[in-house]
Design a protein around this ligand. Structure first.
Ligand SMILES: NC(=O)c1ccc[n+]([C@@H]2O[C@H](COP(=O)([O-])OP(=O)(O)OC[C@H]3O[C@@H](n4cnc5c(N)ncnc54)[C@H](OP(=O)(O)O)[C@@H]3O)[C@@H](O)[C@H]2O)c1
Length: 331
């Protein structure tokens, strides 16, 4: 099968299109023929080598897939050959930039029937991240105020739609070119972070979905009401790894996590968590239903052929994408 393999840690040029053996499904695995995958910032962060996740090379990256079940392991009970499925699988198995991959059936759901494979592939990782931040951790409900940073990005664009569905008042940050776009997604208040500081125009927020990380910790705490919640999804791991090396960066990152969790609690009774996306087929099933009802719509910046993965990584790393960058396998 075709697969994009990472042959070294470094720039986009370490990604190459290779012929590799098709994997064989284990007991609870589905062998999925991938129709489309997506690029996420974590892909180029890992590829750069400035991340705590390291693989024995060569390695196939990719954490989003939409495709068709080609074969099932002997213990599989929930899916059958021919099912159209989507998934954001786990980190520690070969990824989705390939013709086929094996995924445990617990991490898979039926793809939304109203979406193409390209559209569907844009959603699992960011959809689960938004769901686990706003619903699981954030407990967001009607009438609450949520600040969603980077509303025009992959996570932010889904989070705005989900938060509106939950009945919340949505405040978001973006540059001026994206202001109308995030309003159309449902944002009630838009802050152009290039022109004003969000902590000078926002207060009494119940929940912050923070994709900015350490530089915004103090400002996020200022805008939160006493007893609010902070769901952080970004730590600048690359800066810590570059500064301290991989081993010592674990120590400094534990320090950052301790500060993230304890400082807001002590200062304002704010519950803060670093949320890491969990692969969860059941939640993906819920998200699929929201897509079918038109509550969540895929937001795609561009679709590129698998062979143009280097360009897809370069573009993602600009951090200017509006929604998602999708890779099509050309089926
Ligand atoms: N913990 C987890 O499980 C998890 C899961 C998913 C993502 N993440 C992390 O969350 C972050 C966001 O991910 P993503 O997929 O949404 O990224 P993305 O799609 O690449 O985000 C791009 C968007 O970020 C906006 N942006 C850039 N700088 C900004 C700033 N200073 N303030 C507000 N908006 C800004 C840009 O809008 P403008 O062009 O308008 O500036 C652009 O639309 C990344 O660091 C990613 O690694 C973590």
């Amino acid at each position: 099968m075709r697969a994009i393999q990472m042959h070294a840690y470094g720039g986009p040029e370490v990604l190459g299109l290779d012929e590799v053996p098709t994997p064989k499904p284990g007991g609870h695995d589905l062998l999925v023929q991938v129709h489309a995958a997506a690029v996420n910032p974590v892909d180029w962060k890992i590829r750069s080598g400035l991340h705590v996740v390291r693989y024995r090379l060569p390695w196939i990256l990719g954490l989003d897939a939409s495709g068709v079940v080609e074969a099932v392991g002997p213990e599989v009970t929930r899916f059958a050959v021919g099912d159209e499925v989507w998934s954001s699988p786990v980190h520690n198995r070969p990824g989705t930039y390939a013709d086929y991959l094996c995924i445990n059936e617990q991490q898979v759901a039926l793809k939304p029937t109203n979406l193409s494979h390209e559209e569907a592939a844009s959603l699992p990782l960011v959809g689960l991240t938004a769901y686990q931040s706003l619903v699981d951790m954030g407990d967001l409900g009607p009438g609450q105020r949520v600040l969603i940073h980077a509303g025009a990005g992959g996570v932010g664009s889904v989070a705005i739609q989900l938060a509106k569905h939950l009945g919340a008042e949505v405040i978001t940050t973006c540059s001026s070119r994206n202001a109308e776009f995030v309003r159309d997604l449902g944002a009630d208040q838009v802050i152009d972070y290039q022109k004003e500081r969000f902590d000078e125009v926002v207060e009494d927020v119940d929940l912050v979905l923070d994709s900015l990380g350490e530089p915004a910790f103090a400002a996020n705490l200022r805008v939160l009401r006493r007893g609010g919640r902070l769901a952080n999804i970004t730590l600048d791991v690359g800066r810590h790894v570059a500064r301290y090396g991989r081993s010592l960066s674990f120590v400094s990152l534990v320090g950052v996590l301790a500060k993230l969790h304890l400082w807001p609690l002590m200062r304002k009774g704010v519950q803060a968590r670093h949320v890491v996306k969990r692969s969860n087929g059941e939640q993906l099933g819920t998200i699929a239903k929201l897509c079918e009802r038109g509550v969540i719509k895929p937001i795609i910046d561009r679709v590129l052929p698998l062979a143009e993965v280097q360009e897809a990584h370069r573009y993602s790393a600009t951090q200017r994408a509006r929604g998602k960058i999708v890779l099509t396998l050309g089926r």
